[in-house]
Design a protein around this ligand. Structure first.
Ligand SMILES: NC(=O)c1ccc[n+]([C@@H]2O[C@H](COP(=O)([O-])OP(=O)(O)OC[C@H]3O[C@@H](n4cnc5c(N)ncnc54)[C@H](O)[C@@H]3O)[C@@H](O)[C@H]2O)c1
Length: 259
């Protein structure tokens, strides 16, 4: 295992979810200290317990709703209080919620706003607070945002409002990279395809298997399988590390060669 994050401090949102916990694991394995933020107290406590046992003193937690500006401010402030700085921000929190329609005509204004807030607005809040705080301290940092293939490639199984929100994250990533590169910030995104992340997503794919839909969905994926969360986490770790020191404004496709 590499040691790219020894002496580095990271804030990870959505940290106790399928991909988020894999990101936390990867960064801690490589030496990072983490402030893990999530809305789910139960899974966050389980994450804390897990790392208290395996890597004591490396993981701290904060319960927060990423759609609320003051929660983003609190999380960023807590990171600075704990560590004295936050070198890396990984905006993992996001997704589409259970029951979201896949047809445009069924998307209500309420659903549109919810998914935009969970994905795009949260990425804006955390990114803005992160950069604002660094500028106050005259320091710099690295951001990795979570887009999706749904934000790049039209797909009948993706939700229209989710696709739009992830597209917004891609544009925001590129804009922020350009605006803040001269001041030493790097801002990139990863775009997963299909990932067998947490229990909820695995259960969903089990139903798709039973309905014979998985085969059709994976038809366009060159590797013809789902990603493991650790494979998404490896790409995040690369973008967050100095190995990517000349990379900013990029969207890294981690999708097995299709979607
Ligand atoms: N799994 C996939 O196939 C896939 C594909 C493309 C993109 N993505 C993106 O990857 C990211 C992680 O997805 P995942 O599969 O691990 O999902 P997940 O549902 O397992 O994890 C999401 C985490 O975010 C947390 N969360 C939800 N709402 C929140 C809120 N308001 N405030 C704070 N935390 C909140 C959840 O509690 C959960 O721990 C998401 O941004 C998702 O859109 C996933």
């Amino acid at each position: 295992m590499l040691n790219r994050f020894v002496g580095k401090y990271a804030l990870v949102t959505g940290a106790s979810g399928g991909i988020g916990s894999a990101v936390v694991e990867r960064l801690i394995d490589e030496g990072a200290h983490i402030l893990a933020a999530d809305i789910n107290e139960t899974t966050l406590s389980a994450l804390q317990k897990r790392f208290d046992e395996t890597h004591p003193g490396t993981l701290f937690t904060i319960v927060c709703d990423v759609t609320k500006r003051e929660h983003a401010q609190n999380a960023i402030r807590k990171g600075w209080e704990l560590f004295g700085t936050v070198d890396i921000l990984i905006n993992v929190a996001g997704g589409s919620l259970p029951g979201c329609p896949t047809h445009l005509l069924e998307v209500t204004e309420e659903r549109w706003d919810m998914i935009m807030a969970l994905n795009a607005k949260s990425t804006f809040f955390f990114g803005q607070e992160f950069i604002r705080t660094h500028k106050e301290h005259e320091t710099t940092g690295v951001i990795v945002n979570f887009a999706s293939q749904a934000g790049i490639v039209p797909n009948e199984y993706a939700r229209p409002h989710y696709a739009a929100a992830k597209g917004a994250i891609i544009s925001l990533t590129k804009h922020m990279s350009k605006e803040f590169a001269p001041q030493g910030f790097r801002v990139n995104a990863i775009a997963p395809g299909y990932c067998a992340s947490g229990d909820r997503i695995r259960a969903l794919w089990k139903i798709r298997d039973e309905q014979g839909v998985s085969e059709k969905m994976l038809w366009n994926v060159a590797m013809h399988r789902l990603a493991e969360p650790s494979e998404e986490a490896a790409a995040v770790a690369f973008l967050a590390s100095d190995d990517a020191s000349y990379i900013t404004g990029e969207v890294l496709n981690v999708c097995g060669g299709g979607f």
